[in-house]
Design a protein around this ligand. Structure first.
Ligand code: 5AD
Ligand code: SF4
Length: 537
């Protein structure tokens, strides 16, 4: 990840800065304790955000970033455990890592993220033999200390034996750190300015850690522990700092952002919040901040001329269970909130949803969707689907196809069910044969491809506002009409549609008007409309 605030990649171990006071010289870490590091991040946005935090801590400790595993002295692997395939990617690299370690005996490998679960320590050692240190997600802030880099008193890997275990406790179904300090360590990192953000345009902003939900297929509650909301003011302060630093887009992150605040103490500022969870375990939400309050507060950060200081505000992921009317009203009222909602449905069949422990029916889901579409006309909707869950019949799968036909999602992220050891669904028979899962997945993707294309074609000829966030790779987008020789940039509409356009890199960070010329199932292509040509809005 190229951190925006990082020093340019050095070509060898970095020399520590000279101490301001020469008497401090003896405390300056020596070369051997300043490895060049490389972070390999798999999985979701939360992992990417966590990696920004870890990279920032390593940079602050004086380490430099290496462009690849092959050139690093410290490899940090931030894993995803959502499906077996994601874990296999890392397991499959163990031989390569072992060879790198043989060639560079100083190389240390740290494995963190969702694959590191407390009851599974022995298994971890077997599956990941090249790894020196395992850190649970809640232990990530300890990375620098556990490697002995904070004090540089010891060589890396010597702080605690490899695989050392921090003190833990059991909360609900998960084993987590005794003193979970993610909110506090995040606040400290923000205060010290040590987050190595991967972009200077769009920023991740974690608001709630963990997950309390009851999805029987999902490993997250076991790997990330119960829900812990960050303090309201910390989040607003971080958003304010991002606005001041010129960020144009902020995405609020959490495995379940809609549940934000239920675990925080009541606060007189929020006496007017009078909500109750409408499904599953009852929760008293009275007098506490919720996502709606948070969105309104961040939207309320304004420039001197009254415009939202952060022009684009997003949030992922929402669980339909906690999608309140208060939140829908906030989406409709706040001009900075982008007109896009990712609302995972997982299946179109009530019996499958029940087995999945999702706590809603398709009627509930459709009711929420209708209300959102009513409140925010034109909002784009995306979803997640699992095909071939335990006991899914052809008829039940057919209901998922039917749901896609009628909802007409803009984007669908679909995968075949992958049993995750330790999750409740492993007590059900994984009885849909792999070939059937594959066939259903292909059928669903083909249907969505046609729907996505139709949804995107509706944009042809229209002008959209695109936040340009990256320069397109040199090759691969050569189209006859534009010869592929002109510089290309990429951005997203407020509805989260990917748009390619011909334009100079100096458009980066700009919100520009683009006339859509071409649509594919997954992206649009258009022409930059300079301000003087753009129709008045
Ligand atoms: N198998 C397949 N897909 C899964 N997901 C979560 N757990 C599993 C699993 N065991 C999918 C869900 C979720 C997304 C992040 O990953 O669709 O919304
Ligand atoms: Fe993967 Fe889920 Fe962990 Fe994100 S939270 S890294 S999607 S298992």
């Amino acid at each position: 990840m190229p951190p925006s605030s990082a020093p340019a990649s050095a070509s060898g171990p970095r020399l520590p800065d000279a101490p301001a006071d020469e008497r401090l010289g003896e405390y300056v870490p020596d070369l051997a304790s300043l490895p060049r590091f490389h972070v390999w991040t798999l999985g979701c946005q939360m992992n990417r955000s966590d990696s920004e935090e870890m990279a920032g801590r390593l940079l602050a400790a004086g380490c430099a970033e290496a462009p690849s595993m092959e050139t690093a002295d410290l490899v940090v692997i931030n894993t995803c455990a959502i499906r077996e395939g994601a874990e296999q990617k890392v397991i499959g690299r163990q031989g390569h890592l072992a060879r790198l370690k043989a060639a560079n005996p100083g190389l240390r490998v740290v494995l963190t993220g969702c694959s590191v679960r407390e009851p599974d320590r022995g298994g971890l050692r077997r599956r990941y033999p090249a790894v020196d240190l395992f850190l649970r997600p809640d232990e990530e802030p300890e990375l620098v200390d556990r490697l002995g880099l904070a004090s540089a008193q010891g060589a890396i890997g010597s702080a605690g034996s490899p695989g050392a275990v921090g003190a833990t406790t059991t909360v609900g179904r998960a084993v987590v750190g005794v003193a979970d300090g993610l909110s506090a360590t995040r606040a400290r990192a923000i205060g010290e300015g040590t987050i190595a953000r991967g972009s200077a345009i769009s920023a991740w902003l974690p608001i709630i850690y963990g997950c309390d939900k009851t999805c029987t297929y999902c490993i997250v509650p076991f790997s990330r522990g119960p829900e812990r909301s960050r303090p309201f003011d910390d989040i607003v302060d971080e958003a304010r700092a991002l606005a001041a630093a010129g960020y144009r887009e902020v995405t609020l992150l959490g495995q379940n952002v809609n549940s934000y605040g239920h675990d925080l103490a009541p606060d007189p500022r929020f006496v007017h919040v009078d909500a109750e969870r409408w499904a599953g375990r009852r929760l008293d939400l009275h007098g506490r901040p919720d996502l709606a309050e948070l969105i309104r507060a961040i939207d309320g950060l304004r420039t001197s001329d009254g415009r939202p200081a952060i022009p684009r505000l997003r949030f992922v992921t929402s669980h339909p269970w906690d999608l309140s009317d208060r939140l829908i009203a906030a989406l409709a009222d706040c001009p900075s909130v982008c007109e896009h909602l990712h609302l995972p449905v997982q299946s179109g069949d009530d019996a499958v949803l029940r087995r999945m422990g999702r706590q809603y029916t398709i009627d509930h889901y459709r009711e929420r969707l209708a209300r959102i579409r009513d409140a925010v006309p034109g909002i784009t909707i995306s979803t997640d689907i699992i095909v071939g869950f335990c006991g899914e019949t052809e008829e039940q799968f057919g209901r998922t196809l039917e749901l896609l036909e009628t909802v007409r999602y803009d984007q669908v992220f679909a995968a075949a069910y992958s049993p995750r050891p330790g999750t409740p669904a492993t007590r059900l028979a994984d009885d849909v044969p792999p070939g059937t899962k594959r066939r259903r997945l292909n059928e669903l993707l083909a249907l969505q491809q046609a729907i996505g294309l139709e949804r995107n074609e509706a944009w042809i000829g229209k002008d959209v506002e695109v936040l340009v966030d990256s320069v397109a790779p040199a090759r691969g987008h050569a189209h006859d009409d534009e010869r592929g020789e002109l510089p290309r940039v990429v951005g997203r509409t407020r509805g989260n549609k990917l748009v390619h356009l011909v334009g100079d890199p100096d458009l980066l960070g700009g919100e520009v008007t683009v006339r859509v010329k071409h649509a594919g199932p997954y992206a649009l292509r258009g022409q930059y409309v300079p301000v003087s040509d753009a129709p008045m809005r």
